[in-house]
Structures are given as structure tokens and as C-alpha cells.
Design a protein around this ligand. Structure first.
Ligand SMILES: [Zn+2]
Length: 198
């Protein structure tokens, strides 16, 4: 029986070709399939590309955490740090993680998953969005005082962030950068009053 096209596992060479494209983050799944074909590889299905993209993201997170020297030996601690990193993700809701400052002073946001049309905000709108996301995250993380833990950890992630609310207004991009790093890592650095008992 003939083998179905593209049903085999990807080769190391294919992965070495695909992963840098994921890292660049500019090509959609369909475009990656096209690039593979023009490289002479068997036609691949979208499902495989989606799965590989997910695996790539997980590997990227694990490596980031590893290289930032986070101790991951204690499962309770991992759970706690993971939970805290999801707060960073909530604050970045609405593609804030993609924000880029343009020459005209405006800010561009793009949906990196679906590569839809960019959205443009001025500084005031950016700060408003960030501040309202912060309020929402605070409500979401009220249980067990998790937001307090988050703020304590955040001060160790970035010593300049003494008060997150006022930092959002004064240096929104710096705050977004710090949050993006936490969200991508999927684990939060630092310690808080809860950490001591874990
Ligand atoms: Zn903690």
C-alpha cells in the first residue's frame, strides 16, 4: 500500500527549516507549508504545522526558564510560578504583547496568530488599555491574594517597577516588555511571602 503523502514524521532537516520560521513569527501555517514545498519537501498538512508550532512554543518556554536560572525542582513552586505568569498573560490581553512603537509616535498592535490587519493606538489609548487590563487581572487574581504575590515577584523581575499601576502610565512599553518576557517564559522569577512556605 502506498504511503499517504506527508504522513511520515518530519525529518530533522525539516524541523531545522521550520523552527526558525516559527521563531521569526511572520509566516502563517499555509505560508510555511508553501516554503517547505519550494524547499523540495513533501507537502505537509496544516495539522502537523499547528502541532509543531505548539511544540516549538513549549520548548521555547522551557528553555527560557532554564536559561534564566529558575529552579524548577519543587512542583508546588512550579505551580505557583506558572499561575503567576498567567497573570502577565491576562494583562497583555488584546495583542498588547505585539506592541511596536512607530516613527510617528503611534503604537501598532498585531494578532500574531492570525496575522489580521494591525490596529493603531496613540499613547493615551495604549495606557488606557493596559490600565483596564490591569484592573481586570487584579479581579481575576483576587483569590488567595495572588495579585499581591504577583506584584512582589514583579519587583524582582524588574526592580524599576515599584508600583505597577503608575508604571503602566509612565512607562507602558517597559512594563509590557517585562510582562511579555514572563508570559513567554511561562514561569515567574522572584519570591513572595507565599513562596517561603512552599
Ligand atoms: Zn511567590
Amino acid at each position: 500500500m502506498a504511503k499517504k503523502e506527508g504522513a511520515t514524521d518530519p525529518t530533522e532537516g525539516e524541523l531545522q527549516f521550520i523552527f526558525p520560521l516559527f521563531a521569526e513569527g511572520k509566516l502563517s501555517d499555509d505560508q510555511i507549508i508553501g516554503e517547505l514545498e519550494s524547499e523540495g519537501y513533501t507537502r505537509r498538512g496544516k495539522r502537523l504545522i499547528k502541532r509543531l508550532r505548539m511544540e516549538y512554543k513549549v520548548a521555547q518556554k522551557v528553555l527560557k526558564a532554564y536559561y534564566s536560572g529558575l529552579s524548577t525542582g519543587n512542583p508546588e513552586m512550579i505551580r505557583h510560578r506558572r499561575k503567576l505568569s498567567t497573570i502577565a498573560r491576562i494583562i497583555l490581553t488584546g495583542w498588547l504583547d505585539s506592541v511596536k512603537r512607530l516613527d510617528d509616535g503611534k503604537f501598532e498592535l498585531i494578532d500574531r496568530e492570525n496575522l489580521t490587519k494591525p490596529e493603531y493606538l496613540d499613547r493615551k489609548q495604549l495606557i488606557e488599555m493596559l490600565s483596564s487590563n490591569l484592573e481586570y487581572a487584579e479581579i481575576q487574581a483576587r483569590e488567595n491574594n495572588l495579585f499581591e504575590c504577583f506584584k512582589e515577584h514583579l519587583r524582582e523581575e524588574n526592580k524599576d517597577i515599584i508600583d505597577i499601576e503608575s508604571h503602566a502610565k509612565q512607562s507602558p512599553l517597559e512594563l509590557i516588555d517585562t510582562l511579555r518576557e514572563i508570559a513567554e517564559r511561562g514561569l515567574m522569577k522572584g519570591t513572595c511571602h507565599v513562596c517561603e512556605s512552599l
